[in-house]
Design a protein around this ligand. Sequence first.
Ligand SMILES: [Zn+2]
Length: 665
Amino acid sequence: MNKQAEYQQAILDDPSVTKSKPEIKVRHKHFAGVETPDPPFRRLRGYAFDPSLSTRLDTAFVNEIIYQVRWEKKSRKRDEGLMPGPVGEYVEVVDYDPASECFYNPVDLSDELILAQDGLMPSEGNPQFHQQMVYAVIMTTIANFERALGRKALWSAGKNFEFVRRLRVYPHALREANAYYSPEKKALLFGYFPASGMRPGKFFPGGMVFTCLSHDIIAHETTHALLDGTYAHFVEASHPDSLAFHEAFADIVALFQHFTFRDVLRHQIGKTRGNLKSQNLLGELAQQFGEAIGNYGALRSAIVKENPQTGQLERFVPDPDDYKTIIEPHGRGAILVAAVFDAFIAIYERRVADLLRIASSGTGILPEGELHPDLVNRLAEEAARSAQHVLNVCIRALDYCPPVDINFGDYLRAMITADRDLVANDEKGYRIAIIEAFRGRGIYPRDIRVLSTESLCWPKVDEAQRFFKPLAKELLTHLSEFSLPLDRHAIFLKTERISQRLNMWIKSEGYRDLREFSKVAGIRFDFDLVGMRRSKKQPDLPTFQIHSLRPARRIGPDGRTLNQLIMSIVQTRDVPIPDQASNAKSKPRTVKFRGGSTLILDLATMRLEYAITKRIDDESRLNRLLTYQNELEMGGSLRATYFKDLDDMREPFAVLHRSTSEERL
Ligand SMILES: [Zn+2]
């Protein structure tokens, strides 16, 4: 007799329970089939910012939050569900500490004791909590990304274009003040280090700082990986904006995620009396990291910065010249982050103007003292909505970026076009707010005369439609296979297969006349240009790659549905770097010059809507690249600061994120 039967028998045998001895069924017919569904979320405790805020009285009560992470089932099968590590569908936490040569026991988040307590209690001294924290923040960041893009996230493909299911995450990989995403290893590496003794901030001098416990650092690194999965060429330093864009985008995601923490948001709105322009936790990044390496306050702040002369914090006033003069990637990236933050503030202020008028009886000046909790709640709600809107536009804009050589002006155009496609009517003036904020920071495209929504939107394509109609038809037959519950590996394989077919299609006999296509997509099918790479299989044709093919289905606020297919075509030339007098005898070094296009097809009309193109035959762009490469090569200011060798570019983020403090750790 099994346990359940024994238990039932015991009830039947117990005279105090019942006298009529009813028949007990395990399942009554009316209730058959009612099963407990999987919970939508796994609740995991963690820090909203980093451990340092838990030791300050004013922030301790809001710093511990519960991350609601998409539920991953426990499974006994290898490679399925959530396993100890945590090892799930997207990430694999490997807790090996090379400095002390030991593996820490992996946390099992499916353990009932852990489940019942919403995960392990936040603790700096428990490596298993560290594993839980990185998992919670990475999964939260991925969810935000997938929601905005309307599809599943893929990591960038491996060396031989193989599928990478899981990003490797090492919470204790380095004993230095650094944390970075490695595009080579497809891994996130987090460091830990003793806090600086010189200006220990709020710490015990020499206390340990773990970068894997900072929400901002984890979200920032995860975003690098997600962006690399979308555009693999963005990690190449082809323009002063390219690495700066990677940095800025990673910061934007980390920053705007703060506004999804409701309790923190309410607390900070109350504290700043609804004025998000004043210094507050939400607009700062990586507080502990910044303080521990001896800088004041947060490492980067969108709102305030330290005046080097007075040492005081001052509001970060926009200077349109910064974009012309600051070349170093973090400083330059900060300009973009600040522009996006300015746009957010403008949108937020517009949304709360009526609330503030009501609360101040029309004067706009709030009475002294604490705000009414109802007002705080409403302001927080508007701040959260504005932030979510800006974050969505920022992420969705990725689909409207050129596949190579991005600059901030392109990104502005991408944001405006992405928003207009989904929300035709800009009643609330969001797009104007974005344009104004970017103009205030001196960011606008070089070839545009008037800054308006119409002129900034990428132009619609008229040419080459006859080429795309059959292509779209062909694609549609495959696309039904893309419809959801496809596993990420299957999506990857299908994308690969369709890409190959497209390649064949473009090169096929039926399309001898490729001039129109070449004009739209910015690639060439002849060898008139220097350094054009040849196709291995067909040496009489220049080679090109279809880099990524991404279906996107989005629903706008007015119920408008967009069904698009986005694909990137990239072509590469190996151009010799001129003026290499010192190594005249050795083989001249070449630089990779890439061109191509992001093509956006509307699947409802089967038309090519946009071709966001960087032409492979744009010689003036090539000249700018050569000047920039020379600057790096000849030991210009940028190289002197960061790159010992151009080969350092294989791990660009390791170099970019290393602590710049005097004390080497
Ligand atoms: Zn970074």
